[in-house]
Design a binder for this molecule. Sequence first.
Ligand SMILES: Nc1ncnc2c1ncn2[C@@H]1O[C@H](COP(=O)(O)OP(=O)(O)O)[C@@H](O)[C@H]1O
Ligand SMILES: [Mg+2]
Length: 441
Amino acid sequence: MTILETTDLKYTYPDGTLAIEDVSISIEKGKKIALVGPNGSGKSTLFLLLNGTLKPQEGEIIFHGKPLLYEKASLRDVRKSVGIVFQNSDDQIFAPTVYQDVAFGPINLEMPEEEVAAKVNETLEYVGLLELKDKPPHHLSGGQKKKVAIAGVVVMEPEVIILDEPLTSLDPVGADEILDLLNELNQFEKAIVISTHDIDFAYSWADYIYLLVNRKIIGSGTPEEIFRDPGMLKDAGLRIPMVLEIYYEIQKRNMASVNRVPKTVPEIVDTLKPPSLIWLDVPEGVKEGDKLDLGLYAEQLGEICSEGVVDTRVLHIHESGQAIVAVKRIRAGIGRVLIYDTDNYKLKEIKGLLASGDFDVVGAMGKKTKLIVESDNLKPDLTVGVIDKSILTALCGKNVLIFTGGGMVDHAVRRISDYCKKSGVRINVDVFNRETGEAQD
Ligand SMILES: Nc1ncnc2c1ncn2[C@@H]1O[C@H](COP(=O)(O)OP(=O)(O)O)[C@@H](O)[C@H]1O
Ligand SMILES: [Mg+2]
Protein backbone atom coordinates (compact mmCIF):
# COMPACT_ATOMS: atom_id res chain seq x y z
CA MET A 1 0.00 0.00 0.00
CA THR A 2 1.36 3.39 -0.99
CA ILE A 3 1.24 5.92 1.82
CA LEU A 4 3.06 8.83 0.29
CA GLU A 5 4.05 9.69 -3.26
CA THR A 6 5.56 12.66 -4.99
CA THR A 7 5.23 13.65 -8.62
CA ASP A 8 7.94 15.70 -10.31
CA LEU A 9 8.65 17.88 -7.31
CA LYS A 10 10.58 21.06 -7.75
CA TYR A 11 11.64 23.34 -4.94
CA THR A 12 13.63 26.54 -5.04
CA TYR A 13 14.58 28.31 -1.80
CA PRO A 14 13.62 31.99 -1.45
CA ASP A 15 17.24 33.01 -2.18
CA GLY A 16 16.96 31.38 -5.62
CA THR A 17 18.79 28.10 -4.84
CA LEU A 18 17.23 25.27 -6.81
CA ALA A 19 17.32 22.35 -4.33
CA ILE A 20 15.08 19.65 -5.87
CA GLU A 21 13.93 19.03 -9.42
CA ASP A 22 11.71 16.35 -11.07
CA VAL A 23 11.69 14.22 -7.95
CA SER A 24 9.18 11.37 -7.93
CA ILE A 25 9.35 8.83 -5.14
CA SER A 26 6.91 6.47 -3.50
CA ILE A 27 6.77 5.28 0.10
CA GLU A 28 5.03 1.98 0.71
CA LYS A 29 3.75 0.66 4.01
CA GLY A 30 6.30 -1.30 6.03
CA LYS A 31 9.24 -0.68 3.70
CA LYS A 32 12.80 0.30 4.56
CA ILE A 33 13.81 3.01 2.14
CA ALA A 34 17.21 4.67 1.85
CA LEU A 35 17.67 8.04 0.19
CA VAL A 36 21.33 8.03 -0.79
CA GLY A 37 23.15 11.08 -1.99
CA PRO A 38 26.17 13.30 -1.34
CA ASN A 39 25.96 16.50 0.69
CA GLY A 40 23.94 19.23 -0.93
CA SER A 41 22.05 16.83 -3.19
CA GLY A 42 18.67 17.86 -1.74
CA LYS A 43 17.91 15.08 0.78
CA SER A 44 16.90 17.34 3.65
CA THR A 45 14.86 19.55 1.34
CA LEU A 46 12.96 16.54 0.01
CA PHE A 47 12.17 15.42 3.57
CA LEU A 48 10.81 18.86 4.48
CA LEU A 49 8.61 18.70 1.39
CA LEU A 50 7.31 15.26 2.33
CA ASN A 51 5.55 16.37 5.50
CA GLY A 52 4.41 19.72 4.16
CA THR A 53 6.94 21.93 5.97
CA LEU A 54 7.99 23.28 2.56
CA LYS A 55 5.63 23.73 -0.37
CA PRO A 56 6.90 22.76 -3.83
CA GLN A 57 6.71 25.25 -6.70
CA GLU A 58 5.98 22.35 -9.05
CA GLY A 59 4.63 18.83 -8.57
CA GLU A 60 2.53 17.36 -5.81
CA ILE A 61 2.75 15.39 -2.62
CA ILE A 62 0.12 12.67 -2.69
CA PHE A 63 -0.87 11.36 0.70
CA HIS A 64 -3.17 8.32 0.82
CA GLY A 65 -4.11 8.92 -2.79
CA LYS A 66 -5.01 12.59 -2.40
CA PRO A 67 -2.90 15.65 -3.19
CA LEU A 68 -1.71 17.42 -0.07
CA LEU A 69 -3.51 20.72 0.41
CA TYR A 70 -1.51 23.25 2.31
CA GLU A 71 -4.19 24.11 4.86
CA LYS A 72 -4.43 23.32 8.56
CA ALA A 73 -6.42 20.06 8.58
CA SER A 74 -4.56 18.46 5.69
CA LEU A 75 -1.14 19.41 7.10
CA ARG A 76 -2.15 18.10 10.48
CA ASP A 77 -3.14 14.75 8.99
CA VAL A 78 0.08 14.32 7.08
CA ARG A 79 2.25 15.39 10.02
CA LYS A 80 0.57 12.90 12.30
CA SER A 81 1.25 10.11 9.81
CA VAL A 82 4.65 11.16 8.57
CA GLY A 83 7.08 11.91 11.38
CA ILE A 84 10.48 13.46 10.76
CA VAL A 85 13.56 13.09 12.91
CA PHE A 86 15.93 15.93 12.03
CA GLN A 87 19.63 15.42 11.52
CA ASN A 88 20.49 17.66 14.42
CA SER A 89 18.55 16.64 17.55
CA ASP A 90 18.97 20.12 19.00
CA ASP A 91 16.76 21.46 16.18
CA GLN A 92 14.01 19.14 17.36
CA ILE A 93 14.19 18.97 21.13
CA PHE A 94 13.26 22.09 23.03
CA ALA A 95 11.13 21.24 26.11
CA PRO A 96 12.68 21.47 29.62
CA THR A 97 12.38 17.72 30.27
CA VAL A 98 12.46 14.54 28.21
CA TYR A 99 8.88 13.77 29.26
CA GLN A 100 7.57 17.18 28.21
CA ASP A 101 9.36 16.97 24.91
CA VAL A 102 7.79 13.64 24.00
CA ALA A 103 4.39 14.85 25.31
CA PHE A 104 4.44 17.91 23.06
CA GLY A 105 2.84 16.26 20.01
CA PRO A 106 0.03 14.44 21.83
CA ILE A 107 -0.82 17.58 23.87
CA ASN A 108 -0.92 19.55 20.65
CA LEU A 109 -3.46 17.07 19.31
CA GLU A 110 -5.56 17.90 22.38
CA MET A 111 -5.47 14.37 23.68
CA PRO A 112 -6.86 13.95 27.25
CA GLU A 113 -4.19 14.30 29.93
CA GLU A 114 -4.27 10.69 31.24
CA GLU A 115 -4.06 9.37 27.72
CA VAL A 116 -1.04 11.58 27.06
CA ALA A 117 0.68 10.32 30.22
CA ALA A 118 0.02 6.67 29.36
CA LYS A 119 1.24 7.06 25.78
CA VAL A 120 4.35 9.06 26.66
CA ASN A 121 5.38 6.65 29.41
CA GLU A 122 4.82 3.66 27.16
CA THR A 123 6.90 5.24 24.38
CA LEU A 124 9.70 6.22 26.76
CA GLU A 125 9.79 2.67 28.06
CA TYR A 126 9.84 1.34 24.51
CA VAL A 127 12.89 3.38 23.53
CA GLY A 128 14.56 2.78 26.89
CA LEU A 129 14.41 6.31 28.27
CA LEU A 130 11.93 5.94 31.11
CA GLU A 131 14.49 6.55 33.85
CA LEU A 132 15.60 9.74 32.15
CA LYS A 133 12.13 11.22 31.77
CA ASP A 134 12.63 14.12 34.19
CA LYS A 135 16.07 15.07 32.86
CA PRO A 136 16.66 18.16 30.75
CA PRO A 137 17.35 16.82 27.23
CA HIS A 138 20.39 19.02 26.68
CA HIS A 139 22.22 17.04 29.39
CA LEU A 140 21.87 13.79 27.44
CA SER A 141 24.36 12.09 25.11
CA GLY A 142 23.97 12.30 21.33
CA GLY A 143 22.45 8.83 21.15
CA GLN A 144 20.02 9.54 23.98
CA LYS A 145 18.95 12.82 22.37
CA LYS A 146 18.34 10.94 19.13
CA LYS A 147 16.11 8.53 21.04
CA VAL A 148 14.16 11.44 22.55
CA ALA A 149 13.61 12.83 19.05
CA ILE A 150 12.53 9.39 17.81
CA ALA A 151 10.21 8.96 20.81
CA GLY A 152 8.64 12.33 20.00
CA VAL A 153 7.77 10.94 16.58
CA VAL A 154 6.85 7.38 17.62
CA VAL A 155 4.40 8.63 20.27
CA MET A 156 2.23 9.99 17.45
CA GLU A 157 1.95 6.47 15.97
CA PRO A 158 2.98 7.55 12.48
CA GLU A 159 2.86 5.28 9.45
CA VAL A 160 6.12 6.64 8.11
CA ILE A 161 9.19 7.62 10.11
CA ILE A 162 11.67 9.74 8.19
CA LEU A 163 15.14 10.19 9.63
CA ASP A 164 17.62 12.66 8.20
CA GLU A 165 21.09 11.10 8.51
CA PRO A 166 20.30 9.55 11.90
CA LEU A 167 23.58 7.66 12.24
CA THR A 168 26.04 10.32 11.15
CA SER A 169 26.91 11.88 14.47
CA LEU A 170 26.67 8.77 16.66
CA ASP A 171 29.40 6.43 17.87
CA PRO A 172 29.18 2.84 16.54
CA VAL A 173 27.41 1.45 19.62
CA GLY A 174 24.93 4.34 19.68
CA ALA A 175 24.33 3.93 15.94
CA ASP A 176 23.72 0.17 16.29
CA GLU A 177 21.24 0.81 19.07
CA ILE A 178 19.28 3.35 17.03
CA LEU A 179 19.31 1.01 14.06
CA ASP A 180 18.04 -1.83 16.19
CA LEU A 181 15.20 0.35 17.37
CA LEU A 182 14.32 1.39 13.82
CA ASN A 183 14.35 -2.21 12.61
CA GLU A 184 12.06 -3.15 15.45
CA LEU A 185 9.64 -0.36 14.51
CA ASN A 186 9.80 -1.59 10.93
CA GLN A 187 8.76 -5.06 12.09
CA PHE A 188 5.56 -3.42 13.22
CA GLU A 189 4.81 -2.25 9.70
CA LYS A 190 6.17 1.28 9.98
CA ALA A 191 7.79 2.53 6.81
CA ILE A 192 11.26 3.82 7.68
CA VAL A 193 12.94 6.30 5.36
CA ILE A 194 16.57 7.18 6.04
CA SER A 195 18.83 9.59 4.23
CA THR A 196 22.48 8.66 4.24
CA HIS A 197 25.72 8.74 2.30
CA ASP A 198 26.81 5.48 3.89
CA ILE A 199 26.80 3.00 1.02
CA ASP A 200 27.52 -0.07 3.15
CA PHE A 201 24.59 0.71 5.40
CA ALA A 202 22.17 1.46 2.56
CA TYR A 203 23.15 -1.70 0.69
CA SER A 204 22.65 -4.11 3.56
CA TRP A 205 19.70 -2.37 5.24
CA ALA A 206 17.31 -1.02 2.63
CA ASP A 207 14.50 -2.74 0.75
CA TYR A 208 14.56 0.04 -1.80
CA ILE A 209 17.02 2.82 -2.61
CA TYR A 210 16.69 6.21 -4.29
CA LEU A 211 19.91 7.78 -5.52
CA LEU A 212 19.71 11.54 -5.34
CA VAL A 213 22.48 13.46 -7.07
CA ASN A 214 22.51 17.14 -7.99
CA ARG A 215 18.86 17.68 -7.07
CA LYS A 216 17.58 14.77 -9.17
CA ILE A 217 16.82 11.09 -8.65
CA ILE A 218 19.31 9.39 -10.95
CA GLY A 219 18.39 5.83 -10.05
CA SER A 220 16.09 3.75 -7.92
CA GLY A 221 15.63 0.09 -7.20
CA THR A 222 16.48 -2.71 -4.82
CA PRO A 223 20.03 -2.59 -3.44
CA GLU A 224 20.98 -5.42 -5.79
CA GLU A 225 19.70 -3.47 -8.80
CA ILE A 226 21.32 -0.20 -7.81
CA PHE A 227 24.74 -1.58 -7.02
CA ARG A 228 24.85 -3.86 -10.04
CA ASP A 229 25.19 -0.82 -12.25
CA PRO A 230 28.78 0.49 -12.07
CA GLY A 231 27.97 3.31 -14.52
CA MET A 232 25.27 4.69 -12.30
CA LEU A 233 27.51 4.47 -9.25
CA LYS A 234 30.23 6.37 -11.06
CA ASP A 235 27.77 9.09 -12.09
CA ALA A 236 26.64 9.33 -8.51
CA GLY A 237 30.21 9.58 -7.23
CA LEU A 238 29.64 6.45 -5.13
CA ARG A 239 31.79 3.40 -4.53
CA ILE A 240 30.54 -0.15 -4.30
CA PRO A 241 29.61 -1.57 -0.89
CA MET A 242 32.33 -3.44 1.02
CA VAL A 243 30.31 -6.70 1.10
CA LEU A 244 30.08 -6.65 -2.70
CA GLU A 245 33.73 -5.73 -3.12
CA ILE A 246 34.76 -8.73 -1.01
CA TYR A 247 32.39 -10.96 -2.97
CA TYR A 248 33.75 -9.84 -6.34
CA GLU A 249 37.31 -10.57 -5.16
CA ILE A 250 36.22 -14.01 -3.95
CA GLN A 251 34.65 -14.62 -7.36
CA LYS A 252 37.75 -13.49 -9.27
CA ARG A 253 39.82 -15.99 -7.32
CA ASN A 254 37.38 -18.77 -8.15
CA MET A 255 36.56 -19.17 -4.48
CA ALA A 256 32.84 -18.53 -4.76
CA SER A 257 30.75 -21.66 -4.61
CA VAL A 258 27.45 -20.09 -5.61
CA ASN A 259 26.47 -17.29 -7.90
CA ARG A 260 24.34 -15.52 -5.33
CA VAL A 261 25.22 -11.94 -4.50
CA PRO A 262 25.55 -11.56 -0.72
CA LYS A 263 24.23 -8.68 1.36
CA THR A 264 25.39 -9.66 4.82
CA VAL A 265 28.39 -11.31 6.45
CA PRO A 266 26.60 -14.71 6.88
CA GLU A 267 25.76 -14.54 3.18
CA ILE A 268 29.41 -13.89 2.26
CA VAL A 269 30.38 -16.89 4.36
CA ASP A 270 27.83 -18.95 2.50
CA THR A 271 29.34 -18.09 -0.88
CA LEU A 272 32.80 -19.33 0.13
CA LYS A 273 33.98 -22.52 -1.43
CA PRO A 274 35.89 -24.37 1.26
CA PRO A 275 39.49 -25.14 0.34
CA SER A 276 40.11 -28.66 -0.82
CA LEU A 277 43.75 -28.62 0.29
CA ILE A 278 44.91 -28.00 3.85
CA TRP A 279 48.19 -28.08 5.75
CA LEU A 280 48.30 -30.52 8.65
CA ASP A 281 50.91 -31.81 11.09
CA VAL A 282 51.17 -35.55 10.51
CA PRO A 283 52.90 -38.12 12.75
CA GLU A 284 55.98 -39.96 11.60
CA GLY A 285 55.27 -42.97 9.48
CA VAL A 286 52.55 -41.36 7.43
CA LYS A 287 53.50 -41.53 3.76
CA GLU A 288 52.45 -39.62 0.69
CA GLY A 289 49.36 -41.24 -0.79
CA ASP A 290 48.12 -42.46 2.63
CA LYS A 291 44.54 -41.96 3.65
CA LEU A 292 44.28 -40.37 7.06
CA ASP A 293 42.10 -41.60 9.87
CA LEU A 294 39.83 -38.73 10.74
CA GLY A 295 39.58 -39.72 14.37
CA LEU A 296 43.25 -38.96 14.91
CA TYR A 297 42.91 -35.49 13.52
CA ALA A 298 39.52 -34.46 14.78
CA GLU A 299 40.91 -32.08 17.35
CA GLN A 300 43.30 -30.41 14.98
CA LEU A 301 40.63 -30.10 12.31
CA GLY A 302 38.19 -28.73 14.81
CA GLU A 303 40.33 -25.65 15.10
CA ILE A 304 40.37 -25.19 11.38
CA CYS A 305 36.68 -25.48 10.68
CA SER A 306 33.44 -26.69 12.12
CA GLU A 307 32.78 -28.83 9.12
CA GLY A 308 33.60 -32.48 8.81
CA VAL A 309 36.18 -33.72 6.33
CA VAL A 310 36.14 -37.06 4.54
CA ASP A 311 38.33 -38.71 1.89
CA THR A 312 41.49 -37.15 3.26
CA ARG A 313 44.60 -38.13 1.34
CA VAL A 314 48.19 -37.04 1.94
CA LEU A 315 49.55 -35.46 -1.22
CA HIS A 316 52.93 -34.27 -0.08
CA ILE A 317 54.99 -34.31 3.09
CA HIS A 318 57.19 -31.30 3.69
CA GLU A 319 60.53 -31.64 5.49
CA SER A 320 59.06 -29.71 8.43
CA GLY A 321 56.78 -32.68 9.05
CA GLN A 322 53.71 -30.81 7.81
CA ALA A 323 51.75 -32.31 5.00
CA ILE A 324 49.51 -31.03 2.25
CA VAL A 325 46.32 -33.01 2.56
CA ALA A 326 43.49 -33.16 0.06
CA VAL A 327 40.12 -33.15 1.79
CA LYS A 328 36.52 -33.26 0.85
CA ARG A 329 34.33 -31.28 3.19
CA ILE A 330 30.95 -32.16 4.45
CA ARG A 331 28.74 -29.91 6.48
CA ALA A 332 28.47 -31.22 9.98
CA GLY A 333 28.27 -29.93 13.48
CA ILE A 334 25.91 -27.03 12.82
CA GLY A 335 24.68 -25.49 16.07
CA ARG A 336 21.09 -24.77 16.99
CA VAL A 337 19.25 -21.57 17.84
CA LEU A 338 16.67 -21.52 20.60
CA ILE A 339 14.46 -18.47 20.93
CA TYR A 340 13.00 -17.57 24.29
CA ASP A 341 9.85 -15.45 23.97
CA THR A 342 10.18 -12.75 26.62
CA ASP A 343 6.46 -11.99 26.41
CA ASN A 344 6.14 -15.08 28.62
CA TYR A 345 9.15 -14.27 30.75
CA LYS A 346 9.92 -16.49 33.73
CA LEU A 347 13.25 -15.81 35.36
CA LYS A 348 13.45 -19.27 36.95
CA GLU A 349 12.93 -20.96 33.61
CA ILE A 350 15.64 -18.80 32.05
CA LYS A 351 18.08 -19.54 34.85
CA GLY A 352 17.44 -23.23 34.19
CA LEU A 353 18.22 -22.83 30.48
CA LEU A 354 21.39 -20.90 31.21
CA ALA A 355 22.48 -23.41 33.84
CA SER A 356 21.93 -26.33 31.46
CA GLY A 357 25.23 -25.53 29.77
CA ASP A 358 23.59 -26.18 26.40
CA PHE A 359 24.27 -22.70 25.08
CA ASP A 360 27.59 -21.24 24.08
CA VAL A 361 26.29 -17.79 23.22
CA VAL A 362 23.33 -15.77 24.52
CA GLY A 363 21.72 -12.86 22.66
CA ALA A 364 19.02 -10.31 23.46
CA MET A 365 17.02 -8.53 20.81
CA GLY A 366 14.54 -5.65 21.03
CA LYS A 367 14.62 -2.67 23.36
CA LYS A 368 12.13 -3.99 25.88
CA THR A 369 13.74 -7.42 26.09
CA LYS A 370 17.17 -5.87 26.56
CA LEU A 371 15.83 -3.84 29.49
CA ILE A 372 14.26 -6.87 31.17
CA VAL A 373 17.36 -8.97 30.65
CA GLU A 374 19.58 -6.16 31.92
CA SER A 375 17.49 -5.61 35.04
CA ASP A 376 17.82 -9.32 35.87
CA ASN A 377 21.56 -9.07 35.27
CA LEU A 378 21.66 -11.80 32.63
CA LYS A 379 24.49 -10.18 30.60
CA PRO A 380 23.87 -11.42 27.05
CA ASP A 381 26.89 -11.78 24.74
CA LEU A 382 25.08 -10.36 21.72
CA THR A 383 22.92 -7.24 21.76
CA VAL A 384 23.32 -5.84 18.25
CA GLY A 385 23.11 -7.60 14.90
CA VAL A 386 21.86 -10.57 16.91
CA ILE A 387 20.39 -12.62 14.07
CA ASP A 388 23.39 -12.45 11.77
CA LYS A 389 25.76 -13.18 14.63
CA SER A 390 23.61 -16.10 15.77
CA ILE A 391 23.75 -17.59 12.29
CA LEU A 392 27.54 -17.20 12.19
CA THR A 393 27.80 -18.78 15.63
CA ALA A 394 25.60 -21.75 14.66
CA LEU A 395 27.71 -22.22 11.51
CA CYS A 396 30.69 -22.72 13.83
CA GLY A 397 28.85 -25.58 15.51
CA LYS A 398 27.83 -23.63 18.61
CA ASN A 399 24.40 -23.27 20.18
CA VAL A 400 22.71 -19.91 20.68
CA LEU A 401 19.93 -18.81 23.00
CA ILE A 402 18.13 -15.63 21.90
CA PHE A 403 15.84 -13.63 24.17
CA THR A 404 13.29 -11.59 22.32
CA GLY A 405 9.61 -10.72 22.40
CA GLY A 406 6.89 -8.42 21.18
CA GLY A 407 6.48 -9.92 17.74
CA MET A 408 10.22 -10.18 17.07
CA VAL A 409 10.13 -13.95 17.68
CA ASP A 410 8.58 -14.65 14.29
CA HIS A 411 10.94 -12.20 12.65
CA ALA A 412 13.97 -14.06 14.04
CA VAL A 413 12.62 -17.48 13.05
CA ARG A 414 11.87 -16.18 9.55
CA ARG A 415 15.29 -14.61 9.05
CA ILE A 416 17.14 -17.74 10.11
CA SER A 417 14.85 -20.02 8.10
CA ASP A 418 15.36 -17.80 5.03
CA TYR A 419 19.10 -18.12 5.41
CA CYS A 420 18.78 -21.91 5.66
CA LYS A 421 16.59 -22.08 2.59
CA LYS A 422 19.00 -19.99 0.51
CA SER A 423 22.20 -21.61 1.69
CA GLY A 424 21.04 -25.20 2.10
CA VAL A 425 22.48 -25.28 5.64
CA ARG A 426 20.09 -26.61 8.20
CA ILE A 427 20.23 -24.61 11.42
CA ASN A 428 17.70 -25.91 13.89
CA VAL A 429 15.51 -23.06 15.16
CA ASP A 430 13.00 -23.58 17.94
CA VAL A 431 10.88 -21.31 20.06
CA PHE A 432 11.04 -22.44 23.66
CA ASN A 433 7.89 -20.96 25.14
CA ARG A 434 5.56 -19.66 22.51
CA GLU A 435 2.17 -18.93 24.04
CA THR A 436 0.06 -20.44 21.27
CA GLY A 437 0.96 -22.80 18.47
CA GLU A 438 3.94 -25.05 18.61
CA ALA A 439 7.61 -24.52 18.11
CA GLN A 440 8.56 -24.41 14.49
CA ASP A 441 11.66 -24.45 12.45
N1 LIG B 1 17.44 27.40 3.83
C1 LIG B 1 18.10 27.35 2.66
N2 LIG B 1 18.21 28.44 1.88
C2 LIG B 1 18.87 28.39 0.69
N3 LIG B 1 19.43 27.28 0.18
C3 LIG B 1 19.36 26.16 0.91
C4 LIG B 1 18.68 26.13 2.18
N4 LIG B 1 18.79 24.87 2.69
C5 LIG B 1 19.47 24.16 1.77
N5 LIG B 1 19.82 24.92 0.69
C6 LIG B 1 20.51 24.48 -0.52
O1 LIG B 1 19.71 23.51 -1.19
C7 LIG B 1 20.52 22.49 -1.75
C8 LIG B 1 20.09 21.14 -1.16
O2 LIG B 1 20.39 21.12 0.24
P1 LIG B 1 19.94 20.00 1.24
O3 LIG B 1 18.53 19.67 0.95
O4 LIG B 1 20.28 20.47 2.59
O5 LIG B 1 20.87 18.79 0.77
P2 LIG B 1 21.39 17.51 1.61
O6 LIG B 1 20.46 17.31 2.75
O7 LIG B 1 21.39 16.40 0.61
O8 LIG B 1 22.77 17.83 2.06
C9 LIG B 1 21.96 22.86 -1.42
O9 LIG B 1 22.47 23.54 -2.54
C10 LIG B 1 21.82 23.80 -0.24
O10 LIG B 1 22.87 24.70 -0.20
MG1 LIG C 1 20.87 17.22 4.74
